[in-house]
Design a protein around this ligand. Sequence first.
Ligand SMILES: NC(=O)c1ccc[n+]([C@@H]2O[C@H](COP(=O)([O-])OP(=O)(O)OC[C@H]3O[C@@H](n4cnc5c(N)ncnc54)[C@H](OP(=O)(O)O)[C@@H]3O)[C@@H](O)[C@H]2O)c1
Length: 362
Amino acid sequence: MATHSGTWGYRDRFGDRFGRTYFRRFGPGVVSSVGVGTYLGDPTDAVDERYREAIVAALDNGVNVVDTAVNYRCGRSERVVGHALRDADADRESVLVATKGGFLPFDGSPPADPSAYVRREFVETGLVDPADLVRGSHCIAPDFLDAMVDRSLEALGIETIDLYYVHNPETQLHARDREAVYDALEAAFERLEARVADGDVGAYGVATWEAFRVPPEHPSYLSLPAVVDRARAAAETVGNDEVGLRAVQLPFNVLMADAFTVAAHPTDDGRVSALEFANEAGLGVFASASIAQGDLATSLPGAIAAELEGDTAAQRAINFARSAPGVTCALVGTSRRAHVDENVAAGTFDPLGAAAFDAVFE
Ligand SMILES: NC(=O)c1ccc[n+]([C@@H]2O[C@H](COP(=O)([O-])OP(=O)(O)OC[C@H]3O[C@@H](n4cnc5c(N)ncnc54)[C@H](OP(=O)(O)O)[C@@H]3O)[C@@H](O)[C@H]2O)c1
């Protein structure tokens, strides 16, 4: 697992190559503010091999955050992350490995009949109660998540998942009201607190697409303060002194900056943005879709580009995401070695300071 000495040693090895605040405090140690993601791409052997090479290059050149999920590319992404961890020179103790559970995973390739597959593999085996299944593809019931943690540990070939996210819990809002989703999250957190106590999960988080960046009246909204309260309650129930909830993941980029601009989360002093609330609550923030799934690599709005450091549009876009106050790490999905080289080099530039970041919005 990622450790204090492993991640600080990694920083000592690579820190001089990078700009100010490239490495940031998170979990037991420090993480790079550019991370590699594994969401996009076909579930094929050829893409697996490209990802393996790209992730090894990232780990051996200053990126110690890898993000995946049990369902990405039909389970292939987790296996590729496992291969890359074994092939890289970087020690396992120096790398933060994050994965997620919530969407029912396929195994290697999409089945011809997904509903029949789900029925056979998940419902008839008792892994998923149909009452907990939303849109035929999403479940956050404790027993299911427990099984997904085991599946991820095996696919990744590691003993501890450093950061385990409940994946897109707002999907549950299609079938139940908000209070029921908070109840389901608390039950999920209790199981994850138990896995933290057992030592096979280092910490847990909540990864979202819409929930935390939309306003409260939006149907996909979930309140971060409510989620934090539920995690505290779960830790108490399980008897853990420290709360295992340590991070959120949400999309953040030049075109989707609402985690900074939308005051959605109630506090005693009024509503604040997701980034501000997370920062105050001591949660790390991992930005997904940092280059808008590739769009920002070709064009960045000119006025914003002018404020940001970087030689290429992709580097400026990454530097926007990693400059936002409260963002720990900008994740970039990268299955090509050349993209890794370009994206890691974004970290050689200094991020914007808080005042300069604010000025981008004026
Ligand atoms: N709800 C959630 O939990 C959620 C949602 C979305 C994403 N995520 C996580 O966040 C990570 C990042 O998001 P994302 O992958 O969706 O989007 P992204 O990082 O904004 O963009 C990834 C895409 O950009 C391309 N790319 C990367 N570097 C490039 C460069 N320098 N020049 C040109 N193209 C480049 C990649 O192509 P190549 O593959 O060809 O390099 C890929 O197609 C994901 O991989 C995943 O781990 C989580």
